[in-house]
Design a protein around this ligand. Structure first.
Ligand SMILES: [Mg+2]
Length: 335
């Protein structure tokens, strides 16, 4: 079933005039025009009427006993409650001073008696239209403010989500170390930077010895656990924010150590290797020890602009190969 469309609410006009014929004329012509009209004959009654219901517009006579129109208007304009209601003055006197004072106390328009019906209606409609527009603007501003607020909130959420995504893209899920992608990016970046600054860049590559045997003996769950323990140990052995630890492959790790020479890099590698022995992780099926051990290749150089970081990578890889060849559980350095 379709509901009938709601009729627009009638606008409410309050007429204040102490002369009964004027009051009745204004009430009847505004009512005929379709307004919801209330009439009172003195200022005090008008003010107390407005405590109950606020009109959309006030037609206000100036000359009244006890409290004149200017005084009533001042009262209306001084209260936050009634401040915005437009007031049109009506006066028998066509005097400039009266008009000036009417606007000075906050009136929006002025009609001189004897009034023309068409003029009164035009001026009333004019002020009500202005007021409707004003309200629409206020509502639009409110809506805009809310829209801006919710957009700011949405943007913040999006930024947080992007940051989280960025971290995920750069992390190895199992070990929470940087992944290969991040490593490649960081090595390239530091290579360029240290070439500019003419400072050394070191790389450590390490490999858990006989890790395939470890998985075969203890299973993949234990294997993953071992990878996490070694990752944590390596991570805790570097302290500077610029040092990056990454998982390079299955059981292979790599450390990027900017502004570190070969001695510094060797010291870190040995700290890691010996630290792992202290963890005493059993490895029954290792050919060289009863514990999990690491073979490590270390290299260092000052990057040159016309060379590639792959030089460093190949050298570290070769150093690691030498460490394995020489019996594993040791660190081999080139550079
Ligand atoms: Mg009067």
């Amino acid at each position: 079933m379709q509901l009938p469309e709601a009729l627009p609410k009638k606008e409410h006009v309050l007429v204040i005039d102490d002369t009964p014929p004027n009051l009745h004329l204004l009430i009847s012509m505004l009512t005929r025009r379709g307004y919801d009209v209330r009439g009172v004959s003195d200022g005090l009654t008008a003010l107390s009427t407005m405590q109950e219901e606020l009109p959309d517009l006030v037609l206000l006579d100036i000359n009244m006993p006890n409290m004149n129109g200017f005084q009533v208007c001042k009262q209306l304009k001084s209260s936050e409650h009634t401040h915005d209601i437009p007031v049109i003055f009506i006066s028998a006197r066509d005097e400039v001073l009266d008009k000036i004072q009417a606007f000075a106390v906050g009136g929006v328009d002025y009609i001189t008696k004897p009034f023309q019906i068409a003029e009164v209606l035009a001026r009333v409609e004019n002020q009500l239209a202005l007021r409707r527009l004003q309200r629409q603007l206020q509502e639009q501003n409110e809506r805009l403010k809310q829209e801006i607020d919710s957009r700011i909130i949405a943007e913040n959420l999006l930024q947080q989500a992007n940051e989280k995504l960025g971290q995920l893209v750069n992390l190895d899920g199992l070990t929470q170390l940087a992944n290969r992608r991040r490593f490649d990016e960081y090595l390239e970046q530091e290579w360029q930077r240290l070439a500019r600054e003419n400072l050394p860049l070191s790389l450590i590559m390490c490999d858990i010895d006989f890790f395939k045997n470890y998985n075969d003996t203890y299973g993949h769950v234990a294997g993953d656990d071992c990878l996490r323990k070694v990752s944590l140990l390596i991570k805790e052995s570097v302290r500077r924010p610029a040092d990056l630890v990454a998982r390079y492959g299955g059981e292979e790790f790599v450390l990027v150590l900017p502004n570190t020479d070969i001695e510094g890099a060797m010291a870190i590698a040995e700290t890691i290797r010996l630290g792992l022995l202290e963890l005493v992780i059993p490895h029954e099926d290792s050919a060289i020890s009863k514990l999990v051990t690491l073979s490590m290749g270390v290299t260092s150089l000052v990057p040159l602009f016309d060379s590639q970081p792959s030089v460093l990578l190949t050298t570290a890889d070769y150093a690691l190969y030498r460490a394995k060849e020489l019996g594993r559980n040791q660190t081999y350095q080139i550079g």
